[in-house]
Design a protein around this ligand. Structure first.
Ligand SMILES: O=C(O)CCC(=O)C(=O)O
Length: 271
């Protein structure tokens, strides 16, 4: 399987059900992408305290450019207002709803991934979000051109049909995140290539991750949203409250952590 761009007139529900990942081009316009990029760069260079503490050493480039988690919860900041607006943007929600029906927003993230930064080891999102009984969906929007060299997303084709797998340790040379799914024999990853404004929509069981940014001078920035079906009644506490399409805060039952890794297992941070 090759993750090729999906034609705009494709049956999104069918494509998503079959492949678990849908690549749509030009979801956002270039001027919107420029605005997002400039706002997040201004924020991280003036004050990076919105960044998540992934426990990287002080001299790691990711200490200067930490990933932002839940920026939509910061209406006092330009990046917060922009993120919330796009999280509820109809161009995105309409596509998500065409694939899985009505949803609520669960998470926003912005990754800077400057040159030399490590990637994020292979994982499945719903191990962390714990959305039940229906899984989550990710919308991963490229802010820069992304490919193999600057650490674009890699996917295991059709792994959305897998059960959740309990991860082991990640390789700290290539991944800032500490846990990784070790791929069973015979399974390989596929590299995605995207232009600024393109989006990947993918299933909560899809095994995905990214390698280091090996480029000399190309950031690999991305704006990421996670949504959960309105029919899901349980969710990990970290993602509550959810955000409805009309902007209301929604609370569902907190999941009990552990899941496939057993009771007492706690994820080493958000995914
Ligand atoms: O952007 C990356 O490198 C990883 C992001 C990711 O795993 C996700 O959005 O779930």
């Amino acid at each position: 399987m090759t993750i090729t761009a999906t034609p705009p007139d494709a049956d999104l529900a069918q494509r998503y059900a079959e492949d678990g990942v849908v690549h749509l081009t030009s979801i956002l316009d270039r001027d919107e992408i420029d605005t997002l990029r400039d706002a997040f760069m201004a924020q991280v260079t003036s004050d990076s305290s919105l960044g998540h503490d992934d426990g990287v050493p002080k001299d790691d480039i990711l200490a200067r450019y930490p990933r932002f988690i839940h920026p939509h919860r910061h209406p006092e900041l330009e990046v917060g207002r922009l993120t919330r607006r796009y999280m509820l943007d109809r161009r995105i929600l309409d596509r998500v709803e065409a694939m899985i029906g009505p949803v609520n927003g669960a998470q926003s993230m912005f990754y800077f991934k400057p040159p030399t930064a490590r990637g994020q080891a292979m994982h499945q999102d719903n191990l962390f979000l714990q959305s039940h009984p229906e899984t989550c969906i990710a919308v991963w929007i490229a802010i820069d051109r992304v490919d193999d060299e600057n650490g674009g997303l890699q996917m295991v084709p059709r792994s959305h049909t897998f059960e959740l797998i309990c991860p082991g340790d990640a390789d700290p040379e290539t991944s800032f995140s500490k846990q990784a799914i070790h791929l069973p024999d015979g399974m390989s990853t596929e590299q995605t290539v995207m232009e600024p404004g393109d989006a990947l929509f993918f299933h909560g069981s899809m095994v995905h991750g990214s390698g280091p940014n090996r480029s000399a001078d190309r950031f690999r920035r991305s704006l990421i949203f996670h949504y959960v079906p309105q029919s899901s009644v349980e969710m990990a506490k970290f993602y509550l409250p959810l955000l409805s399409p009309s902007g209301e805060e929604i609370r569902v039952t907190e999941s009990t952590e552990g899941g496939v890794c057993g009771d007492g297992w706690v994820p080493a941070g958000p995914h």
